[in-house]
Design a binder for this molecule. Structure first.
Ligand SMILES: Nc1nc2c(c(=O)[nH]1)N[C@H]1C(S)=C(S)[C@@H](COP(=O)(O)O)O[C@H]1N2
Ligand SMILES: [Mo]
Length: 569
């Protein structure tokens, strides 16, 4: 064996970088332990206490509108995954910074973790419906995280001291050595200490402790690996168990929704046969999803209830059975999101089974002076709908319990949601609805109103080209250009298409199911090789032409005629 040479020189820059990297790793591992402990305690004690979900929901509520729009536009239904990924990345970076801070300026790293824990606790206790108990998982997790970080960094320091005891330590090390940091921890293994065969005071000597290097390194790495693996197993396990046990999938599948008293009559010619054209009814699997819910609420229909409060003669509460007992009818309604760009895909059509909201409101008796209904979701989301839109005999505003022949999918509002023809989803289509408050626009504000969207928002008439699509060259010769158009509550009267900015030619329309359902349109064209512009515009049954002027989605929905480039090969 080669005689060890005591190192008197400062560790090389690269060596210092290695220790800093290990410190960063200690930070990340400590944060992982924090989250894992919080998840498992949340599972056992307080289901609403998951810091990951609480912070995620908090972020959703505070991110600026453009960021939200970007996420929805870029990631569509995966916007939540994107959000969780971003938060995860931020946590890893912050934890690494905490590790390095603890290394160079203790106890700043521990302070940073404690601060992060405190912020998470604030996010948790300020959530709608959160109990004080919900803060316990994160508080416990944070304590563990702080302790682990300081123990791990102490071990790292010990290892480094063994390599080069007299090298000027990272700032703050002096304090660490003088009070014997790293050698008095309760978790230090006396056996390992004995095996090293060195007196406890070795660290105070000027000599390197080469014999210690391997032991100290092993002790740091072993603890790091154990904590990392333990956190991964415990954290992921708890999340999975908690997701599985709170899942009501079986219940939903077994749920018997009574037969409808009336069915939607789909007239002959309601569905055109054109490849690439949206189907008249959007399958539940393909139906767009937009909401602020990070985890889909799971509600047991047996415990669900809907209360009607506010400016009413009689406040009332309905159970799920009470809703069913009102008698179900089937409705064909196209639901549209205010975030739908011209030509966009944030809309869909379904056959909904439900009961008129006006029937429920009538039982409560709205008082004069009321002009708005604030509907609340179990997750805190609210929508403000003009009272008139919910009481008008001519508008099929419903509480829906089924969608395209099955109980509402969880993501679409199980067990009960609202669907109101002619109004964008954010002002009307509350999913997981649990309360209606009859009120006024003056007294109450819905979720999106202070976030840059209008308090009232009727759906703007629009038309969309489905086929041919950019990037999918069509063949020269007879070609069908087709798409959908909608003007909810009024109905589409005419759709016109212009090719290469030529004259507007009328499209053939599918037979409308009703005024609340989009129609399909098709134009036959002899396609010539090359690139062509195709534009589309609609006119409603009252003769109003679709708005030509371009408008962004905020504050009350996009407008403009879609004009798109197609290529014919
Ligand atoms: N509870 C709840 N309901 C909600 C929302 C929400 O964020 N939370 N978003 C609304 C919006 S903006 C739209 S466009 C529709 C979308 O319904 P879908 O996801 O079933 O397509 O739901 C509405 N209902
Ligand atoms: Mo929306």
């Amino acid at each position: 064996m080669r005689a060890p040479t005591p190192t008197r020189a400062r560790p090389h820059g690269s060596k210092r970088a290695v220790f800093a990297a290990f410190a960063a790793l200690a930070g990340v591992v400590s944060a992982a332990a924090l989250l894992a402990v919080a998840e498992v305690v949340a599972l056992l004690l307080a289901h609403d206490g998951s810091p990951v979900l609480a912070v995620g929901s908090f972020v959703i509520d505070i991110v600026p509108r453009w960021a939200k729009e970007f996420a929805i536009e870029t990631f569509g239904a995966n916007d939540k995954l994107f959000l969780l990924g971003s938060i995860g990345l931020a946590v890893v970076v912050a934890a690494a910074v905490a590790g390095v801070l603890q290394w160079i300026r203790p106890p700043l790293g521990a302070v940073l973790i404690a601060l992060a824990g405190a912020l998470a606790v604030i996010a948790i206790v300020t959530r709608t419906g959160a109990t004080p108990l919900a803060s316990v998982p994160t508080v416990l997790g944070t304590v563990i995280g702080v302790v682990l970080l300081s123990v791990l960094v102490k071990r790292l320091r010990r290892w480094r001291e063994a390599v080069a005891p007299d090298a000027p330590a990272p700032v703050g090390q002096a304090a660490g050595t003088s009070d014997g940091v790293g050698r008095s921890g309760p978790s230090d293994d006396p056996a390992a200490e004995g095996a090293a065969g060195t007196a406890d005071t070795a660290g105070d000597s000027d000599e390197a402790r080469p014999g210690h290097v391997a032991v100290d390194r092993r002790r740091f790495l072993a603890m790091t690996v154990i904590v990392a693996v333990g956190s991964a197993v415990v954290g992921a396990g708890s999340r999975i168990v908690s997701a599985a046990t709170s899942s009501l999938a079986g219940l939903r599948e077994a749920l018997k929704i009574p037969a409808a008293r009336s069915r939607v009559e789909v007239p002959a010619g309601a569905e055109l046969d054109v490849p690439g054209l949206s189907s008249l009814y959007t399958s539940n699997a393909d139906f767009y999803r937009v909401d602020t819910a990070l985890t889909v609420p799971s509600i047991d229909p047996a415990t669900w209830s809907l209360t009607v409060v506010g400016l009413v003669d009689t406040e009332l509460t309905l159970s799920f059975q009470d809703v069913l007992d009102l008698g179900l009818d089937e409705y064909s309604i196209t639901l549209t999101c205010v975030s739908n760009e011209v030509g966009g895909e944030l809309l869909g059509t379904a056959k909904w089974l439900g009961v008129p909201i006006r029937d429920v409101l009538a039982k409560a008796g709205p008082q004069s002076g009321a002009d708005m209904v604030l509907s609340k979701s179990i997750d805190g989301f609210t929508a403000g709908t003009p009272l008139g839109a919910l009481t008008d005999d001519g508008i099929d505003a419903i509480f829906a319990v089924a969608m395209n022949g099955e109980p509402l999918p969880f993501e679409h509002g199980f067990p009960v949601r609202m669907v109101v023809p002619g109004l964008y989803g954010y002002v009307s289509a509350t999913k997981w609805v649990t309360e209606l408050k009859v009120t006024t626009f003056e007294a109450d504000e819905a979720y999106w109103t202070p976030r840059g969207y209008s308090a009232e928002a009727p759906v703007k008439m629009s038309s969309r080209i489905d086929t041919p699509r950019i990037g999918k060259p069509a063949a020269a010769g007879p070609l069908k250009i087709a798409g959908v158009a909608w003007a909810q509550t009024v109905g589409i009267g005419k759709v016109e298409v212009s090719i290469d900015d030529g004259e507007w030619r009328p499209a053939t329309l599918s037979t409308a199911v009703n005024a609340d359902t989009w129609v399909q349109w098709v134009v036959d064209w002899e396609a010539t090789t090359g690139a062509h512009y195709v534009a589309v515009r609609a006119t409603d049954k009252r003769g109003n032409l679709q708005i030509q002027e371009r408008a962004p989605i905020a504050p009350n929905g996009s407008s403009g005629w879609q004009r798109t480039l197609i290529t014919v090969a």
